[in-house]
Write a protein that binds this ligand. Sequence first.
Ligand code: ADP
Length: 447
Amino acid sequence: MFKKVLIANRGEIALRVHRACRELGIATVAVHSTADSKAMHVRMADESVCIGPPQAKDSYLNIAAILSAAEITGADAIHPGYGFLSENARFAEIVKAHNITFIGPSSDHIKTMGDKIAAKKAVGDLGIPLVPGSDGALSNIDEARAAAKEIGYPALIKAASGGGGRGMKLVEHEGELEQQLHAASSEAEAAFGDGSVYIERYLKKPRHIEIQIAADSHGNVVHLGERDCSLQRRNQKVLEEAPSPVLTPEQRAQIGETTRKAIEGLGYLGVGTVEYLYENGEFFFIEMNTRLQVEHPVTEHVTGIDLVREQISIAAGNPLSFKQEDVKIQGHAIECRINAEDPMTFVPSPGRINEFHAPGGLGIRFDSAVYDGYDIPPFYDSMIGKLIVFGDNRDLVLNRLKRALEETVLAGIKTTVPLFEKLLDEPEFQKGDYHIHWLGEWLAGQE
Ligand code: ADP
């Protein structure tokens, strides 16, 4: 096992990784920007190193500074968390070149999955069902026209290097194609430095269902069931649950096994998530994430498996501590992403939390790095905590979630807590009867 892990992240995920390390007897090194010198992950870690000014590009994305911190402190592994450098193939490669273990997959797998066109080809060849679309990148309008004709309208133009829902443009009919093609490509070029785009069928009312995978270096690959992340705003997840309210155990076993086999075929190492859209009983691959995901806790509560512990352990060369037949999906779990934002307009609301009380009691987990008097800096993602609620069944979890939200005190800033309270009163949400566009439509109706 590792002796010392450097955590190249901040916020709740830095704390989550620290906790797993602690329980494994591993010392931790926190890195932080000047804006985060009082952050909880810095306070908790055994050692901390300031890696630069507030802007992420100068600190949490500063590869040279992070590597120096690892060398100075003698860390033998780096955990990238999610976001920042977690899916940066070059970072993974440089870490390895310094004889430090990158807690994640190989840089080749990160690279392939980071290019959605290459990813579709790689997993499609291994038997995973894809969203119908263009074979590769579109090089001109004629190619786009031909591809769109074949898949039909509405269609969606997507960026090969896309992430966070950016670089995606809906095309309702052929008249809009050229303009949207240019718009998607320039947005992608500006955001990712790569303007390549492709086109896909636009699914009208799908659910977003993803399969969690874990693979060790001894050839064991296991799937841990699904998470339903259909509650989204602007293609960004807002609430996640496991199991999905609409999948049968047979469907779970089937898509789980298809995914597991493909990941085995890839020779993948580490934890990862294969994301699908699910409509009319069919699954369509959209992308693979080669990192730990924000919503991993819901899987932890329905399987009883500590995914971060497992992730660290397999990076150290140990076999997975469980086999496929040990994975049993039990009970239900829901995660709400609590953002420092106005609950209706979603305008960020950084600033001081002048009163804080975390919800508690049976079946409640609050993963957050905030504390009483904490100043939320304006430089980073607005997610300040994750409320995870679990119990024997979905109805119980909904009631438990309601009371946990009532208990939560985050005064001084605006948060998305009231949004979840309102959602819980919605009969369609209560029944689990929603798709990826449902929340956007519901929000539009609230105005
Ligand atoms: P990103 O990497 O930017 O998050 P994804 O490919 O994972 O992009 O897609 C994000 C979300 O966008 C999906 O969860 C879904 O809501 C929507 N989306 C993506 N592809 C399609 C599609 N073909 N049809 C309808 N919605 C889609």
